[in-house]
Design a protein around this ligand. Structure first.
Ligand code: G4P
Length: 536
C-alpha cells in the first residue's frame, strides 16, 4: 500500500468513534447466548431468533472441532462483527461453559467494555465473580443486565446490593422492572420516567414485542399495570432516589459504577434499552499502553495512522482439512489492509499481512479493511504467540497479556512410551500456544513439566489435540493442588506451608501451588511482607 492509499485521520477517527468492542460475560445458563442472539435480532442480522435450543441440540453454529460437536458447546472464543443502528459492534464471545479456560480471560484483554449477565433468581454466581475480577483489574467498564425477569426472581434491590457486595463495585439502576415473573411487563427509564410496556408476540421471543410508551403519571390508570403495581413501583423508585447510587458516565468509564438494566432476553423485554445504552455510553477504542525496545513506556493512540495490533488468541484446526492455526488480532491503531507490510515485533521479521478470516456469525468471510477495535483472524503456521505485537511502523510491544492463576494441575505422559519425541514436541507447542500452562520445579526448568490449567476443559482439549495433531495418546494424572498464586517478594524469606509447592512458570516467575483456598489465605496472612497474586 502506498502512502497515498493511507486513509485520512478524519476518516479513521470516524470509524473509531462508531466502534463498540465488548464481551458478554456470565455464569453458564444465565442467558449470554440468548442475549447475543437478541443483539443479532435487533440489529437486523437475524430475521427470527430461536437458535439457542437448536444450537444445544445439534451444535450447528460454532463447531470447528469434533469434540465440540459432541458436547455442543463453544470451546474457543471468537468474535462477531455487525452493524447495530449507527455503530459497528464487535462482540467477543467468551466461552461460558463450566469448563471455561484461559481463553475466556484473554478475550477480555481485547474488549473495551463488558456486559455482565446475571440470572435474576440466582444473583452473582461463581464464574461471574472470577470474570468480573479480571475486568476490575483492567478497569474495564461493566454494564449489568439482570436477566430472566419473566421467571420468579429475587428482589431487585437485593440483587443490586449483592452486585455491590460481592463484586465491590457500585451499582446504579438505569431502569427498573415493572412487575416480575408472569407480571413482568416492562421497564421504566429512570432518567425520563417513561415506561416501555411490552406485549408478547405469538412467536414468544422470536420477534420483537410490541412496545407502548407511557409516562409514570399514567401508570395507575393503565389496565396492564393498575393501581397496586403502580404504587409499588412508585415506592421502589422513591427508595432508589433516596438510597441508590448516582450514575455518571465518567464513573462508569472509570470502572467505578456499573449501570444496571433489567429484562428478559428470552421474551426480548428490556433488551433494546440495554443495547441502546451500550452504543450510547460504552467506550469506543482508546489508547493502549506499550513499551519501546529501549524500555520506555509509551501510549499508542488509536487514531495513529500506522497499523498496530496484538495477538490475543490462537485457535488451531479451524478447518480440519488444513493443519493451520488462526491467530486472532485486535487492531489497536491504523487500518489493516491485505498485503500491508508489517513487522512481527518479537522476531523482528517483516511480512505482508495475509487475507484475514474474520468470523462473522461463525462464517468465514474475507474482510477488506479493519479499524481499531476490530478483530481479525489470520492464518498462522506457528510464527505467532499469544501477546505478540504486529506493527506497520515503530519499535514497541503492547503491554503483555496477564496470566491467570491456574487451578488444576497434572502430570501428563504418553500412553505409549515409544512416542516420547512426539509427546514432547506436542506439549511444548501447545504450551507455547497457551492452550495450557507449563510449570517446572523451582530452578529446574529442564525437568518434566507440570501441566496447569484454569478449566478442566483445557486438559480435554490437550488430550484431543495431542492425539489428533501429534498422534500421541496421553494419560493425565491430576495433582492434589486446587489453587495457586504468583509470589512477589523474596522467595527465600517466604514462610511456605509444608504442603504448598514452589514452581516456576514459563517466564521463570515463582508460583506457589496450594492444596486449598484456606492454605493459600493462611500463607498470605503469615507472610505480610510478600504479595500473592492471582493474575500476573
Ligand atoms: P448461557 O449462554 O449463558 O449459558 O445461557 P443461554 O442463553 O444458553 O440460556 C440458558 C437457558 O436459559 C436456555 O434454556 C435459555 O432459553 C434460557 N433463558 C435465557 N434467557 C432467559 C430469559 O430471559 N427467560 C427465560 N425464561 N429463560 C431464559 P434451555 O432450556 O437451556 O434452552 P432452550 O431449549 O430453552 O433454548
Amino acid at each position: 500500500m502506498s502512502d497515498s492509499d493511507q486513509p485520512s485521520q478524519g476518516h479513521l477517527r470516524n470509524e473509531i468513534a462508531r466502534r463498540r468492542t465488548f464481551a458478554i460475560i456470565s455464569h453458564p445458563d444465565a442467558g449470554k447466548t440468548t442475549l447475543t442472539e437478541k443483539l443479532l435480532l435487533y440489529s437486523g442480522m437475524l430475521r427470527t431468533a430461536g437458535m439457542v435450543g437448536a444450537r444445544k441440540g445439534n451444535a450447528a453454529s460454532s463447531d470447528w472441532m469434533g469434540m465440540e460437536q459432541e458436547r455442543g458447546i463453544s470451546i474457543t472464543a471468537s468474535a462477531m462483527q455487525f452493524p447495530y443502528k449507527d455503530v459497528i459492534v464487535n462482540v467477543l464471545d467468551t466461552p461460558g461453559h463450566q469448563d471455561f479456560s484461559e481463553d475466556t480471560y484473554r478475550t477480555l484483554t481485547a474488549a473495551d467494555s463488558v456486559i455482565m449477565v446475571i440470572d435474576a433468581a440466582k444473583g452473582v454466581e461463581d464464574q461471574t465473580r472470577k470474570l468480573f475480577e479480571a475486568c476490575r483489574i483492567r478497569r474495564i467498564p461493566v454494564m449489568t443486565f439482570v436477566n430472566k425477569f419473566d421467571l420468579p426472581t429475587r428482589d431487585p434491590l437485593d440483587l443490586m446490593a449483592e452486585v455491590e457486595e460481592v463484586l465491590g463495585i457500585q451499582a446504579s439502576a438505569r431502569n427498573w422492572p415493572v412487575g416480575s415473573g408472569r407480571e413482568f411487563c416492562g421497564v421504566i427509564d429512570r432518567d425520563t420516567n417513561i415506561i416501555e410496556l411490552y406485549t408478547k408476540t405469538a412467536a414468544a421471543g422470536a420477534a420483537r414485542p410490541e412496545v407502548e410508551h407511557i409516562g409514570m403519571a399514567d401508570a395507575a390508570a393503565h389496565p396492564r399495570i393498575g393501581e397496586s403495581l403502580a404504587a409499588q413501583l412508585h415506592d421502589e423508585l422513591e427508595l432508589l432516589k433516596e438510597a441508590g447510587n448516582p450514575y455518571t458516565r465518567e464513573a462508569y468509564l472509570a470502572g467505578e459504577v456499573s449501570p444496571v438494566f433489567f429484562g428478559s432476553a428470552f421474551t426480548n423485554f428490556g433488551v433494546e434499552p440495554l443495547f441502546d445504552s451500550l452504543i450510547k455510553v460504552a467506550p469506543c477504542p482508546s489508547e493502549r499502553k506499550a513499551t519501546t525496545s529501549k524500555g520506555e513506556d509509551i501510549i499508542v493512540e488509536p487514531d495513529e495512522t500506522k497499523f498496530a495490533a496484538f495477538v490475543f488468541k490462537l485457535q488451531a484446526n479451524m478447518n480440519p482439512k488444513h493443519r493451520d492455526c488462526v491467530a486472532f488480532l485486535r487492531v489497536n491503531s491504523g487500518v489493516y489492509r491485505k498485503e500491508l507490510s508489517v513487522k512481527h515485533q518479537r522476531s523482528g521479521k517483516k511480512f505482508a499481512m495475509p487475507s484475514p478470516h474474520s468470523l462473522v456469525v461463525n462464517e468465514r468471510s474475507t474482510v477488506v479493511e479493519a479499524y481499531p477495535g476490530d478483530i481479525i483472524g489470520i492464518i498462522s503456521k506457528g510464527q505467532f504467540a499469544i501477546g505478540d505485537t504486529i506493527l506497520e511502523k515503530g519499535d514497541y510491544q503492547f503491554e503483555p497479556l496477564p496470566r491467570f492463576q491456574p487451578e488444576l494441575f497434572a502430570r501428563v505422559r504418553p500412553s505409549d512410551l515409544g512416542k516420547q519425541k512426539g509427546f514432547q514436541k506436542g506439549i511444548a507447542q501447545l504450551g507455547a500456544e497457551g492452550a495450557v500452562q507449563l510449570l517446572y520445579d523451582w530452578r529446574n526448568p529442564q525437568g518434566e513439566p507440570i501441566v496447569a490449567a484454569v478449566g478442566r476443559l483445557q486438559f480435554e482439549v490437550l488430550q484431543y489435540r495431542m492425539e489428533d495433531e501429534y498422534g500421541v495418546k496421553t494419560m493425565v494424572d491430576m495433582l492434589p493442588y486446587s489453587c495457586s498464586a504468583w509470589l512477589e517478594g523474596d522467595y527465600e524469606t517466604f514462610d511456605k506451608p509444608t504442603t504448598a509447592r514452589l514452581v516456576q512458570d514459563a517466564d521463570d516467575r515463582p508460583l506457589l501451588l496450594f492444596g486449598n483456598r484456606w492454605e493459600k489465605d493462611y500463607a498470605a496472612k503469615n507472610n505480610p511482607d510478600h504479595k500473592l497474586l492471582d493474575i500476573y
